[in-house]
Design a protein around this ligand. Structure first.
Ligand code: NAP
Length: 301
């Protein structure tokens, strides 16, 4: 399949700049938030629940709070000790479900081991489930109904559409089948009329399958897992992985140096999918606020 943007006779892939696209998206969200405040006196509110003191989670939560405030939203951060019981977390979620000023609820994962994440996620009101992880929102995505779509998959699709508007008929290979990334990204690619192949740890001949892909989404959690010679020349490569090496450096699931010599387009790590995830979280909070107030959802771009 020849893609509209397929590059010929070039050796380096074009980098899809997630940082800059995420900035544009946050600016668009901030504009719509200001309209909502001015016209309807509604300021979208994002509540983040953090249980424990995991340093990476603390960084993510601080960044979400800052970005929400920069977009003109209210942000509420609730921190519970790492010894908190499941009942305490459930009680907090129930109280956030009931608060009118809270339009979106995010429970930062992972949770300490005494708490069952599925039980906590089930308690979130689907209308405020800005991570799109409740069974209701997952079902809506499967059924093609409007709902709240998980942020990282949404960010992946926006990055792909930045370089290829029409994905109809393209072969997309998704590596990873988690509920957080792999499964929803595959659903979104289906919605775009891609032919989707889902791969996982039991897949046979993975390099061969990836070589057939016009679009590769890697969500495995293993540094440099996808090799350069697995990539079809000109393919769009979206690297979801965030892996921290012993030196503290971040790397993706794709061998960036080798793959960027073959791919048409590729996302870097950091600076690719990560910033889009946070921007889409704000987008979902805005969408949730509009729906809860029976207002038209703005088009975000
Ligand atoms: P996960 O729940 O651990 O899922 C990993 C998936 O990779 C599983 O489906 C697993 O298959 C598959 N896998 C493992 N080894 C494999 C192999 N050898 N060959 C093929 N598939 C294999 O991880 P996740 O939550 O989806 O996250 C994936 C990565 O994305 C992680 O690095 C995570 O940190 C990152 N992430 C980034 C963002 C962001 O904002 N950028 C957001 C979320 C996640 P099985 O199902 O068979 O075990």
């Amino acid at each position: 399949m020849q893609m509209a943007h397929e590059k010929q006779n070039e050796t380096e892939a074009e980098i899809i700049d997630g940082k800059s696209l995420a900035k544009q998206l946050r600016e668009s969200i901030a504009h719509h938030v200001s309209v909502l405040v001015e016209d309807h006196k509604i300021m979208p509110g994002l509540a983040v629940v953090l249980v424990g003191d995991d340093p990476a989670s603390q960084v993510y939560v601080a960044s979400k709070k800052k970005m929400a405030e920069q977009a003109g939203m209210r942000s509420f951060v609730h921190i519970l000790p790492k010894t908190a019981s499941q009942d305490e977390v459930l009680k907090l979620v129930k109280s956030l479900n009931a608060q009118k000023k809270v339009n979106g609820i995010l429970v930062q994962l992972p949770l300490p081991k005494q708490i069952d994440a599925d039980t906590v996620l089930k308690e979130i009101d689907p209308a405020k489930d800005i991570d799109g992880l409740t069974i209701t929102n997952m079902g809506r995505l499967m059924a093609g109904l409007p709902g709240l779509v998980p942020c990282t998959p949404l960010g992946c699709i926006m990055l792909i559409k930045e370089v290829e508007k029409n994905l109809t008929g393209l072969h997309a290979v998704v590596i990873g089948r988690s509920s957080l990334v792999g499964k929803p990204v595959a659903q979104l690619l289906l919605r775009e009329n891609c032919t989707v192949t889902m791969c996982h740890s039991r897949t046979q001949n993975l390099p061969h399958i990836v070589r057939e892909a016009d679009i590769v989404v890697a969500a495995v959690g293993k540094s440099a897992f996808v090799k350069g010679d697995w990539v079809k020349p000109g393919a769009i490569v979206i690297d979801v992985g965030i892996n921290r090496g012993e030196d503290g450096k971040l790397s993706g699931d794709v061998d960036f140096e080798a793959a960027s010599k073959v791919a048409g387009y590729i996302t870097p790590v950091p600076g690719g999918v990560g910033p889009m995830t946070v921007a889409c979280l704000l987008g979902n909070t805005l969408i949730a606020a509009c729906r809860q107030n029976e207002l038209t959802v703005p088009h975000l771009s």
